[in-house]
Each structure stands twice: as C-alpha cells, then as structure tokens.
Ligand binder design. Structure first.
Ligand SMILES: [Zn+2]
Length: 122
C-alpha cells in the first residue's frame, strides 16, 4: 500500500471515527433518558422518555454495533500509525484492496472473516 492510499484511508477512518463518536454519544444520552425515571432528567424532551421498550432495545443494539465499529475503526487507525494497516490480524496476509475499499476498518482478510463467521454459526 502506498502513501497516498494510506492517507486516503486515514482520512476515511478519521471521519468515520468522528461520526461514530457523535452518533454514540447522542444515542447514549437517549438511552439514559429512556432508562431514567420520568422527571429525573428534566432537560430531556418528554417524547424521548415516552418511547416504548422496543425502541430502547433498538437503541441499545445500535449503540453496541456502533461501539464495536468504533473499536474497529480506532484499531485500524492504530495499525496505520504502526505501518501494519491492510494486513489480516489473524493470518498476517494482505487484505485485498477491494475489501479494504469496502471496509477500511476490516481486521481480517476475507478468508479469515468467513472462517470466523462460519465458526460462530456452527
Ligand atoms: Zn487472514
């Protein structure tokens, strides 16, 4: 991977990190508002506190997904700094350009990702 590619991915990943961070903190505020008894957070709009349990569950699931994505993005940025970016964390092979383009935060090559997925399902 050349320097220009690295800069491009670094920019993409940095933008993703910022977006995820703000999305997560907004969602965390909304979850806190949901689980707090009414009246405890007086500054929150009432429509958030009134949402049903299903909405809260969706929020928590999304927050977990975003948090794990943020973790992947931060780890990819770390690997960029260390010059290890673009290599599979499991087998050390280079991750294909197509995969990196689609998932700049990918930790694993397609082969290891598929192996892990089928392992998890089994
Ligand atoms: Zn691999």
């Amino acid at each position: 991977m050349n320097k220009a590619d690295q800069r491009r991915y670094r920019r993409q990943l940095t933008e993703m990190r910022e977006r995820l961070r703000s999305a997560i903190s907004r969602r965390a505020e909304s979850i806190v508002a949901d689980v707090s008894p009414p009246g405890e957070i007086s500054s929150q709009p009432t429509h958030i506190a009134d949402r049903d349990a299903e909405g809260l569950h969706t929020d928590i699931t999304l927050a977990e997904t975003q948090a794990s994505l943020l973790d992947d993005v931060e780890s990819a940025l770390e690997r960029l700094e260390k010059g290890e970016y673009g290599r599979c964390e499991s087998c050390g092979e280079e991750i294909s350009a197509a995969r990196i383009d689609a998932l700049p935060y990918a930790r694993l090559c397609i082969r290891c990702a598929e192996a892990r997925e089928s392992g998890e399902k089994a």
